[in-house]
Design a protein around this ligand. Structure first.
Ligand code: MN
Length: 741
């Protein structure tokens, strides 16, 4: 790689942003910001010997090439002023407004947060940086531009720092760029990091790439011409170009996936850019009918975009002369998103009412990205719910203004006003719960002492110590408070158990009243005190039984059914049921193959399949006589009819049933999320000839799994069985279950 240190001049920057910013006051503000930064950084120099302002010009140039807003470019120009010069947030606010001041201040916080840890930089610290950045998407974009420019000028740093910065870039910044779909920027960061971490590997791949490019380029040109001649017979508008796989992507395939260079077939790919989504599929059709596609290599990211919004069709074909090529087909808009991700999507457009707040909201909703960042640090914190965790961590980190030390020298960031209680809970929940005293700088202090930056804090614990409600007034962080509350409510729950027991007893009494039984409560309570009954419901004693009735783990009807004390009421209902059947006139005579389900005696009736448990032929079923709406067929194990005894009739599947008909079935898969998961699931379902009418995925933070809900049209239960077996074989799917609503 030839790394050149090309300095950006202000005139070049101006030419760049003037392409899309023409508003006079915006232009003046940007120019003013440049002069301001130039003056503030006067006398400061980069390791390269260039004036410091060359760095902020470089950063602003990257931002301008992504067509970011004027405020973002201004903040890019000013991003190091608070940290490296005598400028204050108030100065910036006065001259450039609160929006710019907020951005620069956030960037300064990130710089401080990362510098503090320096040599002993750990995963947890990375996460804090992610979260601090997640405050505003513009902060992330500026920070990424800052990092990219530092990577571009890394040759002037000492070797040890080159390695540290490159590792940090791969660990922290590349995943964010990937998540946001900023692919060009990510790719450049990856290539530069590899260059500094493994120069010989980098050079080796670069050489191989050059050599192989010469070899396959002629084949590629041949294929390109062939495709052009096929498409020229249509009136489709398109552009066709070749794209070369990045050196880092090749490195990953070779060294992480253990492939030989020769076995990577998508080093060169053809990219076809066309006008509309429909055109994409049309072109795909022409290509698949003229070349042999490689089975299993077709990916439809248009119908199912990647989480970072990437959309394209991918297919791999045999070119006919012994080469295999990947072809990517997409619209111009999709192509821009593929290269620039959200930056392309939320490009600044003059004349439209641009609002950074709604942009932020839109991005959070579309990418779920804040949740993703939180997810990484949430693991193992199941004592708090994810939402609580998210909002508190957000709040605590953005308010972090005090940096204190543990006795071992680790830095802990806390908000202003934090006390030793906050410190203890920040380190570990157990430490907070057993806290009995604290030392600050080796002196015993009251727990209400406000900590200051630089304090060394030591927590004294005692086995029998426990939080008290007074601590809620002393603790300053939401984190500590919620842990204290949690502990106190657990203590209190012991007192409320008796209330629960009473509640359970009452609801059992109510159910008996509903069944119009004449048996007295006293004799029922005697019946209840029975070891067999306890064993059946897995309870210790009567109180435990009532307790579980109160929190609905055991249904009162199930207990009464177990005691078999419902006979008289059931008989009464049976009569009523027969009336209902007659009154609704639901018995009809003629049987057709249209009737999926018949009465047990083979008679046809007004019968329909229940939506709650979606029974299909082959399932064990049971009929429920609804009031005036005929018979609803449920699966035998459907919880919605588990407690029905009356109104139940036996039904059977029609033996003459129309075999070509398909029935909707609802089911859910529990999976660990990964790229391409939904596509694999969809492919498996459709390969069964099953129609897919609905598929949606939801991430459950408390379980750390992704739940995919599906409605598919299926022939019968044995087909469904086979489908389930195949779904279970998909990587990272670990459970498939039918659902009842
Ligand atoms: Mn910088």
């Amino acid at each position: 790689m030839v790394i050149e240190n090309k300095l950006v001049t202000f005139d070049e920057l101006k030419a760049s942003y003037s392409r899309y910013i023409t508003n006079k006051s915006d232009l003046e503000r940007i120019e003013k910001a440049y002069k301001y930064a130039d003056k503030k950084h006067e006398g400061q120099f980069r390791k390269s010997g260039d004036p410091y302002v060359s760095h902020v010009l470089g950063v602003a140039m990257i931002l301008s090439s992504m067509q970011t807003s004027p405020d973002t470019i201004i903040a890019g120009l000013l991003h190091d002023t608070i940290e490296d010069t005598d400028t204050t947030k108030e100065d910036i606010e006065q001259t450039f407004g609160s929006e710019v001041a907020f951005l620069v201040e956030s960037l300064t916080k990130i710089t401080r947060l990362s510098d503090f840890h320096n040599s002993d930089f750990q995963a947890e610290d990375h996460r804090k940086i992610f979260l601090a950045m997640a405050a505003d998407i513009r902060v992330i974009i500026i920070k990424l531009a800052d990092r990219l420019h530092n990577m571009r000028t890394l040759q002037f740093q000492p070797p040890a720092k080159q390695v540290r910065i490159s590792n940090e870039t791969l660990d922290v910044y590349v995943p964010i760029a990937h998540r946001l779909g900023l692919n060009s920027l990510m790719s450049e960061m990856q290539n530069l990091s590899l260059y500094y971490l493994h120069p010989d590997i980098y050079n080796d791949i670069e050489k191989k790439l050059q050599k192989s490019y010469n070899q396959i380029d002629s084949s590629l040109q041949f294929l390109k011409a062939k495709i052009q001649s096929i498409l020229s017979t249509t009136n489709l508008e398109y552009e066709i170009s070749a794209r070369v796989k990045s050196i880092y992507s090749i490195y990953k395939k070779m060294y992480i996936k253990n492939k030989k260079f020769e076995d990577i077939y998508d080093i060169l790919a053809l990219r076809i850019i066309t006008k509309t989504e429909t055109n994409c599929y049309e072109i795909l059709g022409y290509i698949h009918s003229s070349f042999t596609p490689v089975p299993g290599r077709f990916k439809d990211y248009i119908a199912v975009p990647k989480p970072n919004m990437y959309q394209s069709l991918h297919t791999t074909i045999l070119s006919g002369d012994g080469h295999v090529f990947e072809i990517q087909i997409r619209t111009k808009e999709m192509d821009e998103t593929a290269e620039g991700g959200i930056a392309a999507h939320w490009r600044y457009k003059e004349g439209t009412s641009y609002d950074p707040r709604s942009e932020q909201k839109d991005i959070e909703a579309r990418l779920h990205w804040f949740k993703d960042f939180v997810r990484m640090s949430y693991e193992g914190r199941d004592d708090l719910n994810a939402k609580e965790y998210e909002s508190q961590l957000k709040e605590d980190i953005f308010n972090a203004n005090v940096y204190v030390f543990t006795p071992k020298g680790k830095v802990i960031d806390l908000p202003n006003g934090a006390t030793p209680i906050d410190f203890a809970y920040r380190i570990h929940t157990g430490l907070g719960n057993s806290l009995s005293g604290a030392k600050v700088n080796n002196k015993l202090v009251p727990l209400s002492t406000k900590l200051k930056t630089g304090d060394m804090v030591e927590i004294i614990t005692r086995k029998d110590a426990q939080p008290n409600s007074e601590w809620l007034n002393i603790a300053g962080t939401g984190f500590a408070k919620s842990h204290i509350r949690k502990y106190l409510s657990k203590l209190n729950s012991e007192f409320t158990k008796q209330e629960q027991v009473d509640k359970g007893r009452n609801s059992l009494k109510d159910s008996i009243r509903e069944r119009k039984l004449s048996t007295s409560w006293n004799s029922i309570e005697k019946l209840l005190t029975d070891q067999k009954l306890f064993a059946n419901f897995q309870v210790k004693d009567l109180d435990d039984l009532y307790f579980k009735v109160a929190n609905k783990t055991i249904m009162p009807n199930a207990i009464l059914d177990f005691l078999n004390i419902n006979r008289s009421s059931q008989e009464a209902l049976q009569d009523h049921l027969e009336d209902e059947l007659k009154k609704a006139n639901i018995l009809k005579k003629k049987i057709s193959s249209e009737d999926a389900v018949l009465l047990e005696n083979g008679d046809s009736a007004l019968i329909s399949l229940a939506n709650c448990c979606t029974p299909i032929p082959g399932d064990e079923i049971i009929g429920y006589v609804s009031k005036g709406r005929g018979i609803k067929v449920h699966r035998k194990d459907c919880p919605n009819i588990a407690h029905e005894h009356a109104r139940i009739v036996s039904v059977i599947w029609n033996p003459e049933l129309d075999k070509t008909k398909k029935y909707p079935v609802d089911f859910v898969l529990e999976c660990y999320d990964r790229n391409g998961l939904l596509v694999d699931i969809m492919n498996t379902i459709t390969s069964y000839g099953a129609g897919l009418t609905n598929i949606s995925a939801r991430y459950k933070a408390n379980k750390g799994v992704t739940v995919v809900s599906v409605t598919a049209l299926i022939d019968n239960a044995s087909v469904l069985d086979k489908l389930f077996t195949n779904l279970m074989n998909i990587k990272s799917v670990y459970s498939v279950k039918r659902t009842s609503h």
